[in-house]
Write a protein that binds this ligand. Sequence first.
Ligand SMILES: Cc1cc2nc3c(=O)[nH]c(=O)nc-3n(C[C@H](O)[C@H](O)[C@H](O)COP(=O)(O)OP(=O)(O)OC[C@H]3O[C@@H](n4cnc5c(N)ncnc54)[C@H](O)[C@@H]3O)c2cc1C
Length: 525
Amino acid sequence: MTVNQTEMHPTRWGDPARARALPDEARGLVEMVFGVDDRPAVEHPALAPSALTPELVAGLEEIVGVGHVLTDDETRRLRTRGKSTPDLLRARVGDLADAPDAVVRPADHDEVAAVLAFAVEHRLAVVPFGGGTSVTGGLVARREGFAGVLSLDLVWMKRLLSVDHVSMTATLEPGLRGPEAEALLAAEGMTIGHFPQSFEYASLGGFAATRSSGQSSAGFGRFDALVVGMTVATPRGRIDLGTAPANAAGPDLRQLFLGSEGTLGVITSLTVRVRPVPAVQVYECWRWSSFADGATAMRTLAQSGLLPTVLRLSDESESAINLADPAAIGGEAATGCLMVTGFEGEPAAVEAKRAAVTTVFEGLGGTYAGTAAGEKWAHGRYDAPYLRDSLLDAGVLVETLETATFWSNLDRVYTGVKAALEAALGQPSLVLCHISHVYETGASLYYTIAAKETDDPVGQWRAAKAAASDAMLAAGATITHHHAVGTDHLPWFEREIGPVGVSILRAVKADLDPTGVLNPGVLIP
Ligand SMILES: Cc1cc2nc3c(=O)[nH]c(=O)nc-3n(C[C@H](O)[C@H](O)[C@H](O)COP(=O)(O)OP(=O)(O)OC[C@H]3O[C@@H](n4cnc5c(N)ncnc54)[C@H](O)[C@@H]3O)c2cc1C
């Protein structure tokens, strides 16, 4: 695993060195399905000047030090918004209207607390910034009523603070990106094992603040389930949570901050469960005659305690694209639905689990499709976002969205959301789906769409997203299983939690952040 410390491209995903044009073959396919419509991005979008006065800059420098308050265009550009398709589309045409006025880089909890106090005193909005991979508008603070917007960049808070080899926990700072945290823990023979597709750039603080889910979907999927403790800086003061592996000491206050998206406080350290680096990793594939049959097989595993570490099932449309190279799955006709299973751990345990899963799947009519396609998936798991940029270059709108529901409701949600997306996007478009995470009681559905861009691709996507979000709630599903609320999901989130839920959130916000400086406009309806 390489430790990647490069900044992301301001208008694209990931490492600028890995940006690439659409390969000729894919370009041919795009031409056939959508028609290529080259849309080059503005390379250095212009910014409005920083609204911060020299006095405010000097005041912040007193807290974090000279050189740690940055108001130059390049740094502000890199801290503008997240990496959703609308974020990229707006940046690509030169719209960086949400740029912060300054990027402030604290070194530790006390500096974070002091910046918050300064922000309260001077009415500055504060946007905690981890990896900048938000896909729901979580980094777009409302500016009205504030003297300026600060990006509170946690890039210097990257220490492994302690490791408890007996309890198998580690305490780390929030600014560590996925690979950085894993590299520090690997030196201790340990891993967190949380691998979302954004792993290469997203931070531990961001994982906690958004309750993200990794691709080890059935094993160490949810980050919130890995967190045993945390320290949070709030405008009200510091709170340390997590004194035991479990307790009955009232409601679990950790849950208030997990998923709080920088609106209630800044997470300044996290204690997480760790495990030994797995000795063996095996990824393989199964084929099912239908999405429903594959889903039944997943549910059977989940409800019999036999889940592998990775388990995902593509629907017919997504499988058809994944199976474009039949040789990759053993040369047979590529029909039906493709499932990836991944097993990690000690060799004997991995073999025992594989054998048990094989017995269940064979009994349910699954066809084993070998390890090649599974290994290919594991190898290329972080590449797809680069392809999104290449497709945007060619005038193809690409975006993802996700939801979750109970097993008994899965088909209703699957068909309802798919139909809503297809109707809203019109032709030519593709709507692909996979089951990304499974539980005993239900599963998450993850959709990928591709459509020919109109003259207003942001509006085009907003309309499709609204239709899909309405369909989710109409079918009784959640507005988000793991992308969080941000600003994009707010209207549906409000409907999902109802007036009493809204009232609770507002009361907590009013208490912890009475002047509302933390991420105004995000999460709290
Ligand atoms: C290509 C791509 C793939 C993705 N794949 C996945 C996936 O597989 N699974 C998944 O769950 N998500 C995924 N996401 C969404 C995103 O990566 C996650 O939400 C991630 O957890 C965000 O982490 P971050 O460090 O980038 O946070 P940021 O984007 O920096 O911040 C996200 C939110 O958390 C707040 N925040 C950040 N750090 C702190 C802190 N220390 N204290 C308080 N608040 C804080 C921010 O203010 C913001 O509201 C993907 C996104 C992209 C672009």
